[in-house]
Write a protein that binds this ligand. Structure first.
Ligand SMILES: [Zn+2]
Length: 155
């Protein structure tokens, strides 16, 4: 499965206008939730991979996508959920990771499970709770600056 951004560029641009309901600073394309866009005459097929199989935001993702595309004149939109391969935080770009850090959310580092404090960049952090402000995040605290922060879970 390959994302081909040269196809249906306009649709990808519209989808970039849809913010992640949990982290509004980043959009669904940046989050890697939107995997494929196919156009067949006036019908659109959007393939999404939810960030988390039990993610309560899944329905919300779909509604937001449908709403945005309807606003752009696409009334016939089918959303296809694809769970395999599962969404991984590796799909986040460096730019998206930086945006998360700016939001006070620690993004995972590829191949490295050290959780960095978004406030002071210390690696001396500890888990407070498996569930943070949303089920897709965990709550951590920093041992250096004592700031609690959310960590975007790896799956
Ligand atoms: Zn800190």
């Amino acid at each position: 499965m390959v994302i081909d951004p040269t196809q249906n560029i306009d649709i990808w641009e519209f989808l970039k206008e849809v913010p992640d309901p949990e982290i509004p600073a980043i959009n669904l394309v940046e989050l890697g939730v939107i995997r494929e866009v196919e156009k067949n005459d006036d019908e659109l097929f959007i393939t999404i991979t939810p960030t988390y199989t039990g993610c309560p935001a899944k329905k919300l993702f779909e509604d937001l996508i449908l709403e945005k595309l309807a606003e752009k004149g696409y009334k016939k939109v089918k959303i296809i959920s694809k769970l395999n391969p599962a969404w991984t935080t590796d799909w986040l770009s460096d730019e998206t990771r930086n945006k998360l850090l700016n939001e006070g959310i620690s993004p995972p580092t590829i191949g490295d499970r050290i959780i960095v404090c978004p406030n002071c960049k210390s690696k001396n952090t500890k888990l407070l709770s498996q569930f943070g402000s949303t089920p897709c995040q965990s709550l951590y605290t920093c041992n250096e600056c004592s700031e609690p922060f959310n960590y975007f879970k790896c799956h």
